[in-house]
Ligand binder design. Sequence first.
Ligand SMILES: [Zn+2]
Length: 281
Amino acid sequence: MLANMNDVLIDAQKNKYAVGLFNTIDTDALEAAISAAEELRSPIIIGTAEVLLPFAELQLIGPAMVNMAKNASVPVVVHYDHGLTFDRCMEALKLGFTSVMYDCSTDSYEDNIKRVKEMAEIAHSYGATIEGELGHVGDNEGSMEGDSHLEDPSKFYTDPMKAKEFVEKTGIDALAIAIGTAHGTYTCTPKLDIERLKQIRNTIDTPLVLHGGSGLPCEDLKNCIVNGIAKINIFTDMCVAGEKAIKECSGDYHAIRAAKVNAIKNVVMSKMKQFGSDGRY
Ligand SMILES: [Zn+2]
């Protein structure tokens, strides 16, 4: 069934588990993600991001995502991840996405507030939820999700006091924070600023989002969840598993496709168990 972020994240935060956002850029990943959620009775957030649209146009993959969500036997949030432009966010809302992230994190603090507040009002008028980002989560080299490789990521970490003001002024439903993660493949395990996460959690009640969840050790993920993260974004781990399955399968087209779906499904299920979202529905 279709759900928005409030339908799944408020319970997650209260009961100290996290709901995964799994970006599904094609119908193979979509099938894998939904079947994983149904098998484990887990709520799920599926999505695509603006930088991923060259791999599957929003008008192509969007309706399939909304339709699969409606027909699923567990709550499914259809989220537009890292919306960068007003027009594309509007397109997602009109297609029936139940949630958008409006990523204005590279704008000035004032512009970030102004643009996100405006989009929050629009998203809410659609019955959708909205995520903003304060501070900036950068990218590991070669990340498909962007190219903002940060020499010193800690300069862009989220300021707890500003987080409170940002949430109050924008009216967002979830806040993406920068505490040391990055998009893409890590070359070494990042050191997360858990103290900062605790401070932010003590300052605001809004569900907090961890981007760059792929490749993080289970212990780090659990530490983040216990200290207040309610949504974790996964994409790279799905791509890596799908690619490996394709390369290792020597069968025909159909066998390769089935191997890919199965590999991605296994990744999604494994993350759901780590996040503790399994058996929640
Ligand atoms: Zn992200």
